[in-house]
Design a protein around this ligand. Structure first.
Ligand SMILES: *Cc1c(COP(=O)(O)O)cnc(C)c1O
Length: 414
């Protein structure tokens, strides 16, 4: 066994961290160790001024002229092209639109409609709820005899058949941080003539992505997690250029029309990715998202990924060393294995323990029934934060501070 990292080792990791200066670029409250950037990313310092500029200059002074003069009308494409750099896609293959849930609906229906004669959407049990719900309801809305099939990840490839229209998976699992081999699954699906829809909500900005190199067909992702776009930030979607002409959105809003300002009665989809827009883009929210994406683009994705792995390894090793006596079990990949940028532990009193942690300034979250989830965001976390968080966790467990009645009360959002 390698010896546990000492405080000096942890300090050395921070001193050698090439991303350490990014922390100053975020507003983080004093006394808080924020381990939930995978659920709601922190506020970039530049974002309030950016949004204020849009409010006062573009909306206040520019008024409706800003649709042209400030480039509002092309903001979904402009920010989409920036996100394309983070997911390894071409600029015209990504667009900002709607929520992840709505984008799932659009792409599931588009894929099923194009895959005539095939009936199955294949996913995994325990996928993020909205993904499964959107698949179920999209299938219902089509009324064309499709069905949703669920296969555990180690059997998934064997379940892809000539009847599979679409394989729909979340690349990094929201609870466990398990990560699919995107290239391998995509190739296996293509071998059976199926399309693949990747949900990148827990991947984008956290792990390197190569949609083009993996021959990915379709993808969606979230703007408010590792992209730091703000609560409820608009989402994005990706459609490989080779599919754009053949796929059609089921939500044919005017912003996805070929010529929205000709105001004709008939729907005619725009030629490229813009056909997946629906209504008018939320410009204030897009401005906040663009600020988060711009900040991300200043950092090196390889360095982000390396630090993410190092933070996860440190966190897991310290928890296993200091908390093993307290019924805390690692969920998901062991240290060193491919993973997303959060770490989860199971404990029967996970909810109460997390409330006690939050009270002590260590903010993670809880995923029913028993998972304590800790997001590790390389842009604003220090190795010392992770070490300190484990000390506080060990203290909460040792003193059983989590037994206090106040920590047992479930809030609406966990
Ligand atoms: C966070 C997340 C979503 C969120 O969808 P919304 O429409 O923004 O609520 C969807 N899918 C996955 C896998 C997620 O992690």
């Amino acid at each position: 066994m390698t010896p546990l990292p000492t405080a000096a080792d942890v300090a050395a990791l921070d001193a050698a961290d090439p991303l350490r200066h990014f922390r100053e670029r975020f507003t983080l409250p004093e006394g808080v160790i924020y381990l939930d950037g995978n659920s709601l990313g922190a506020l970039p310092r530049q974002t309030p001024d950016r949004v204020a500029g849009v409010l006062h200059g573009e909306w206040g002074d520019g008024l409706i002229r800003s649709w042209n003069s400030a480039g509002w009308i092309s903001a979904p494409q402009r920010v989409g092209a920036k996100i394309a750099r983070l997911v390894g896609a071409a600029p015209h293959e990504v667009i900002v639109a709607d929520s992840t849930s709505v984008n799932l609906h659009k792409l599931i229906v588009a894929a099923l409609s194009a895959q005539r004669g095939r009936h199955v959407v294949l996913s995994e049990p325990g996928n993020f709820p909205t993904d499964l719900y959107m698949a179920e309801t999209a299938i219902g809305s089509l009324g064309a005899g499709h069905r949703l099939a669920l296969a555990p990840r180690d059997e998934l490839v064997a379940h892809i058949t000539r009847d599979t229209a679409l394989v729909m998976l979340t690349h990094v699992h929201y609870k466990t941080a398990d990560m699919y081999d995107m290239a391998a699954i995509t190739a296996a699906a293509h071998a059976q003539g199926a399309l693949v829809l990747w949900d990148l909500s827990h991947s984008v900005g956290a792990v390197p992505l190569q949609l083009s190199a993996c021959q990915a067909d379709l993808a969606v992702g979230c703007g408010y997690k590792f992209l730091n776009g703000g609560p409820g930030a608009p989402a994005f979607l990706y459609v490989a250029a080779r599919h754009q002409a053949a796929l059609q959105s089921p939500l044919g809003g005017w912003m996805g029309h070929a010529r929205p300002f000709e105001f004709v009665d008939g729907y005619e989809p725009a030629p490229g990715i813009a056909r997946f827009l629906c209504g008018t883009p939320p410009i204030l929210a897009v401005a906040a998202l663009e600020s988060g994406v711009d900040l991300h683009l200043e950092a090196d994705m390889g360095q982000i990924a390396a630090k993410s792995r190092a933070l996860a390894t440190l966190f897991i090793e310290l928890v296993e060393a200091h908390c093993h006596a307290y019924d805390v079990t690692l969920v998901g990949p062991p240290p060193g294995a491919p993973r997303g940028s959060h770490v989860s532990f199971r404990h029967p009193a996970g909810y109460a323990i997390m409330q006690a942690l939050i009270d002590r300034g260590v903010i993670g979250d809880f995923r029913a029934p028993d998972i304590m989830r800790f997001g590790l965001t390389p842009l604003y976390l220090r190795f010392a934060d992770v070490a300190r968080a484990v000390e506080i966790l060990a203290d909460v467990l040792r003193t059983e501070a989590w037994r206090a009645p106040a920590y047992q009360v479930r809030r609406a959002v966990t």
